[in-house]
Design a protein around this ligand. Structure first.
Ligand SMILES: [Mg+2]
Length: 205
């Protein structure tokens, strides 16, 4: 039974926390403020509220304001600008090269951004597919719906998959449905649903 490796993108294959996430975060608040004609502070508070209720700004905007997800994602993920923050890594390339078996990316980010980042990292040739937030009808990980949708797309059973991720909630779902799990994190600790913990992706090999 052939194994498939499923990689998260941001903060798993590269560092998004230091520069990219703060920039996206800022763009989202500006977008909400302009779209809904509210102050920067109100936009910030509303986003926090939507995070608590829906787990994402976008879901809240779609449900409550009929915002077009494509427009939102294009406006908040300037791929050209964000790609400038990416640092190519020979060690990353070498790691992916050495991992045998099918590899895919499964990210909560939009496709245009994911593709741009993967190209900037020069690792596109190692992945047979990239699944983004559009692939799961805008239902982000950790929803089971998102995982099931990707499993159907790749035609695999959960037990054939290894999920490599920095986010504990996402690994919890992966574990619950039967995937093997690898946590990539300096902060998060190993828990019952984490099969193995590494502090950076290059420790996979
Ligand atoms: Mg991540």
């Amino acid at each position: 039974m052939s194994k498939i490796w499923i990689f998260d993108l941001d903060d798993t294959l590269h560092d998004a926390s230091s520069k990219i996430f703060p920039s996206i975060n800022q763009s989202m608040t500006v977008y909400v403020s302009q779209k809904l004609q509210i102050s920067h502070q109100d936009a910030h508070d509303l986003r926090n509220q939507y995070w608590k209720v829906y787990g994402a700004t976008l879901k809240g905007l779609m449900e409550n304001h009929g915002v077009d997800p494509k427009e939102f994602l294009l406006n908040t993920h300037d791929a050209e600008e964000l790609s400038k923050f990416v640092k190519q890594s020979y060690a990353l390339e070498n790691t992916l090269k050495k991992i045998k078996g099918q590899k895919i990316v499964f990210t909560n980010a939009p496709l245009h951004y994911a593709i741009a980042i993967i190209k900037s990292l020069n690792i596109q040739k190692y992945f047979s597919a990239v699944y983004s937030i559009e692939s799961t009808r805008y239902n982000p990980k950790p929803s089971i719906y998102a995982f099931r949708k990707i499993l159907r797309r790749v035609g695999k059973k959960a037990r054939q998959c290894v999920m490599v991720e920095d986010d504990l909630a996402n690994l919890k779902t992966a574990y619950k449905i039967g995937m093997k799990t690898i946590l990539v994190s300096r902060q998060n600790k190993k828990t019952i649903f984490v099969g193995k913990r590494i502090t950076k992706i290059t420790q996979l090999i």
